[in-house]
Design a protein around this ligand. Structure first.
Ligand code: HQG
Length: 181
């Protein structure tokens, strides 16, 4: 497998389907590096510790992290399986961006941003990232989330190890929609 494919596959097993290679994640999303490497090798994905370290270090969004002992690994965010990342609540910047696609706008106007199949709504400090994320779903639309106001109103925000802002739900009142779309 090419590094990029291996990295995608790691996202799959560490965020969504650990059972695909017969591993389980602990409550905070961690798995032992040795267990992961063994499971990958057993399933014909030859990879050693050095290669894994390279993939973690070179990943363009820093999607994965080792714990401080280097014996555990997890995805930094993006899970659909239930995990408690145990991130401390943090004060967000005044505004954050969410990239979506035109076909979702009507529902978002009604319901606000919902976490859908993931554990959180994902927000970004950066418009370009939001545009890319939205573009995966269709014609991208950038929504501006008034995160500072939300925080003052008592909504909790978390920042993942790789700088993605996470929250449970963004009510429509805190979203600025572009006009025209
Ligand atoms: C949309 C990337 C209808 C939402 C990024 C999105 C991110 C609604 C889609 C991470 C809705 C969910 C996550 C509502 C939200 N009605 N549609 N009420 N509320 N939506 O893939 O944010 O590259 O689960 O706008 O960096 O696209 O994978 O979330 O379009 O952090 O590492 O429902 O993926 O990270 O889609 O992407 P997703 P997302 P990675």
């Amino acid at each position: 497998m090419k590094d990029k494919d291996l990295s995608r596959f790691l996202s799959l097993v560490l965020r969504h389907k650990p059972e695909e290679i017969g591993i389980t994640l602990d409550a905070q999303g961690w798995v032992a590096v040795d267990t992961l490497l063994q499971a990958l090798n057993d399933r014909k994905h030859p990879i050693d510790r050095a290669k894994l370290e390279q993939i973690v270090a070179e990943n363009n969004k820093k999607r994965f992290a080792f714990d401080e002992t280097g014996t555990l690994i997890r995805a930094n965010q993006g899970h659909s399986i239930e995990v408690d990342l145990a991130l401390p609540a943090s004060e967000p910047p005044a505004t954050l961006y969410h990239g979506t696609a035109t076909q979702n706008i009507e529902a978002i106007r009604k319901e606000g941003l919902q976490k859908q199949s993931r554990q959180h709504v994902h927000l970004s400090t950066n418009k370009d990232t939001a545009t890319q994320v939205g573009g995966r779903h269709g014609k991208p639309v950038i929504l501006v989330v008034r995160a500072g106001e939300m925080h003052q109103a008592g909504f909790a925000f978390y920042i993942s190890e790789n700088g993605v802002w996470l929250t449970d739900h963004v009510p429509t009142a805190y979203i600025d929609f572009p006009t025209p779309l």
